[in-house]
Design a binder for this molecule. Structure first.
Ligand SMILES: Cc1ncc(C[n+]2csc(CCOP(=O)(O)OP(=O)(O)O)c2C)c(N)n1
Ligand SMILES: [Mg+2]
Length: 300
């Protein structure tokens, strides 16, 4: 049996503590790497914590367990949150996080299937994840093990890719209702706000027009994420898109809401409103560790 199939549910405060530790490790590994994406991974830490530590059926000691739920990271540039969550779950040693983006490392800038336990697909070229989810769901249907859930994380800027909408139609046509898609609706992308680069709204209405059931949530509220996933699993007549409204750079005040941190780690760039380069990691970690202390004291 998978760990989360048998484990008692963790209290929300414990999950918030895990998400904060994950954010700290994202900052540390990106600073060591000297390149990489900060805003998306920090914003997604609550969703990843909820999925790996509560929602999904999986077993880090058996990454290829044929009853496991599947997590696909379609917005592959957010790899730091996937790697850090996998390490915290026990798929590999946390020490390996310090090899992020180094030559020869298993933790490259974008995830590669079979390179690291727990990585289900290769991603990085945007727009592919939902089609990969559709292929897996069709295979599960043919093999009669479609009781497993496939969680597919998508960026919002990523949804400028036409191929996502082809997958949206196909999933509906073939009733692949074991797919639960989650959009990281953080309103930023590579070089501006999503509404500036390519307006997406009304995004919920678009998904509904493609036959999907849409659930809007605060994507930085772990309780809300867990509830939305439970609701999504109970909706059998349609595929479900959870529009998770997140704050890019969440947890680090000088990064929050600023698209300049989309593809920047701490320590290499002078960005308006941020501390000097050599202070950025220290300030970010101080803020996160203060939050960690506060959650710990509330949890005791
Ligand atoms: C097919 C393709 N086109 C362009 C890119 C370059 N690119 C990387 S991330 C990104 C922005 C994606 O926006 P979003 O999904 O909202 O990511 P966020 O900034 O929220 O992390 C772009 C255009 C890519 N990786 N793949
Ligand atoms: Mg975005």
């Amino acid at each position: 049996m998978g760990k989360n199939a048998t484990a008692n549910k963790r209290p929300i405060k414990e999950l918030e503590l895990i998400a904060t530790k994950i954010r700290e490790d994202i900052i540390i590994s990106l600073e060591k790497a000297g390149s990489g994406h900060s805003a998306g991974p920090l914003g997604l830490a609550d969703i990843f914590t909820a999925l790996y530590f509560d929602v999904m059926k999986h077993d880090p000691s058996k990454p290829l367990w044929d009853e496991r739920d599947i997590l696909l990271l379609s917005n592959g540039h957010c790899a730091p949150v996937l790697y850090t969550t996998l390490a915290h779950s026990g798929y590999f040693e946390k020490a390996e996080l310090s090899t992020l983006r180094k030559f020869g490392s298993r933790l490259q800038g974008h995830p590669e299937r079979e390179r690291l336990p727990g990585i289900e697909t290769t991603s990085g070229p945007l727009g592919c994840g939902l089609s990969q989810a559709a292929g897996m769901a069709l295979a599960m249907k043919i093999n009669k093990n479609h009781h497993r859930w496939i969680y597919c994380i998508l960026g919002d800027g990523e949804q400028n890719e036409g191929n996502i909408w082809e997958a949206a139609m196909l999933i509906n046509k073939y009733n692949l209702h074991n797919i639960i898609a989650i959009t990281d609706r953080n309103n930023i992308q590579i070089d501006g706000t999503t509404e500036y680069v390519m307006p997406l709204e009304d995004l919920g209405a678009k998904w509904e027009a493609f036959g999907w059931h849409v659930i809007d949530i605060d994507g930085n509220n772990i309780d809300a994420i867990i509830d939305a996933c439970a609701m999504a699993r109970s909706i059998v007549e349609k595929p479900v898109m959870i529009l998770a409204h997140t704050i890019p750079g969440k947890g680090v005040d000088f990064m929050e809401g600023d698209y300049h941190w989309h593809g920047m780690p701490v320590g290499i760039a002078d960005i308006a409103g941020a501390p000097p380069k050599n202070e950025q990691a220290k300030v970010a970690l101080h803020e996160l560790r203060t939050l960690e202390g506060k959650i710990r004291s509330e949890h005791q």
